[in-house]
Design a protein around this ligand. Structure first.
Ligand code: HEC
Ligand code: HEC
Ligand code: HEC
Ligand code: HEC
Ligand code: HEC
Ligand code: HEC
Length: 227
């Protein structure tokens, strides 16, 4: 096994990292900004309670769903957030909030090198943001703070860490177990960067919404980050 070649695309601008463009038929494109929403809600609200998938374009959201109070409509009802009658605020042609609005809403949060340029983990740890953890039922939160060292397959690669605590603040156990990580069926594939670059295992979130894979040293403690 020889050294892997890592090649990365240039970083998007910080305010567009984690933005999803949806292109419905018969209406202008819709932009969904993760950073706008994660300032106020944890992932589990949408990806557990509201059953939205971790892969763009696969949930099958329709306007009928929204009007019935599902998906976007669970909040965009004129009470929690602007109502569904404000068509063009969502169907805006695919333009997300700009640099100014981003700076206004996220100014003062601890910096990171890549992604949104925000260290969301630290922001949460220091209570600088307090995203709501549920819409419907207060979760009977199961504490599981075990930090795992995922043993490196290569001698000269510092082992990667997996802190449950940093994840359980945002996510439900069911978001990862057993669909992404089946602890009864561990595979060799789950220990390969190659899998993550393809959007599997850690790469389901890291590189899409959570900090990108370029930040090597946040997982492999002691390794430098890619600039
Ligand atoms: C307010 C709702 C909401 C919140 C909060 C939210 N998401 Fe999402 N997420 C969505 C929607 C909507 C999609 C698109 C789903 C679709 O198109 O089927 C999505 C898609 C994704 C995707 C797929 C991205 C892609 O490019 O394929 C990932 C990964 C993801 N979310 C992770 C997260 C993580 C991690 C968090 C918490 C830090 C989070 N989401 C918080 C609504 C949300
Ligand atoms: C869990 C509640 C919740 C869900 C689900 C949700 N939103 Fe929002 N959304 C909000 C709130 C609250 C705001 C206002 C945030 C602010 O202005 O600070 C907002 C703001 C927005 C904005 C204005 C900011 C921007 O990005 O330009 C858009 C557009 C938007 N949401 C689109 C969507 C779409 C599309 C969906 C579904 C795919 C969705 N939202 C699902 C709560 C939600
Ligand atoms: C809170 C955000 C939001 C608002 C407000 C909103 N939409 Fe949508 N709309 C969506 C999303 C998300 C989709 C599905 C996108 C996709 O294809 O993945 C969608 C899809 C559609 C579609 C495609 C067909 C269908 O039924 O799914 C039409 C047409 C549509 N919207 C019209 C409207 C009109 C007209 C209004 C105002 C009365 C409106 N929308 C308001 C988010 C919104
Ligand atoms: C989101 C966390 C995360 C990030 C970021 C990350 N890695 Fe990894 N990496 C892992 C995990 C988990 C493994 C498997 C267990 C192990 O080898 O410690 C791994 C394995 C590896 C391996 C050995 C096995 C293989 O074939 O993939 C190398 C080499 C590696 N990483 C290099 C890097 C480099 C270089 C970067 C930055 C460009 C990076 N990693 C970024 C989590 C990460
Ligand atoms: C972000 C994804 C994620 C979330 C959320 C998550 N886990 Fe895990 N969990 C992992 C990973 C990755 C491993 C290591 C997998 C492996 O070694 O095969 C793991 C391993 C475990 C293990 C085996 C521990 C060991 O020492 O081998 C248990 C038990 C577990 N998780 C329980 C939980 C519980 C309970 C929750 C919720 C409170 C939870 N997990 C939330 C990703 C997650
Ligand atoms: C379901 C989504 C998801 C998956 C899968 C996932 N993570 Fe994360 N991870 C997050 C989110 C969200 C955060 C909070 C920080 C952020 O959003 O950038 C986080 C934070 C972390 C942190 C804390 C970093 C710090 O700044 O202290 C580490 C380390 C980490 N993840 C490693 C991993 C590794 C290794 C894997 C795979 C074994 C993995 N994660 C899988 C969503 C995920």
């Amino acid at each position: 096994m020889g050294p892997q070649n890592f090649t990365f695309a240039a970083d998007p601008v910080p305010q567009s990292y984690g933005n999803i463009i949806m292109k419905p038929e018969g209406a202008k494109p819709v932009i969904f900004s993760h950073w706008v929403h994660r300032l106020r809600y944890t992932c589990r609200v949408c990806h557990f309670e509201l059953q939205i998938n971790f892969k763009a374009g696969t949930t099958g959201i329709t306007m009928e769903d929204n009007v019935e109070g599902k998906y976007c409509g669970a909040c965009h009802n004129g009470k929690t957030a602007f109502g569904i009658e404000h068509c063009s605020r969502c169907h805006n042609g695919g333009v997300g909030p700009g640099k100014k609005e981003f700076a206004k809403k996220t100014g003062g949060l601890p910096p990171a090198i890549h992604g949104n340029g925000i260290d969301w983990n630290q922001a949460m740890e220091e209570n600088l943001i307090k995203p709501v953890d549920y819409l419907i039922t207060k979760p009977d939160k199961f504490q599981f703070d075990r930090a795992l060292t995922l043993k490196a397959a290569w001698d000269y690669v510092p082992s990667a860490v997996f802190p449950h605590k940093a994840h359980n603040r945002w996510l439900d156990c069911n978001n990862c177990h057993p669909d992404i990580f089946d602890i009864k069926n561990r595979t060799e594939k789950q220990n390969r960067m190659e899998s993550y670059f393809k959007g599997e295992f850690c790469g389901v979130c890291h590189g899409k919404v959570a900090f990108p894979l370029k930040d090597c040293g946040r997982c492999h403690l002691g390794m430098g980050n890619w600039r």
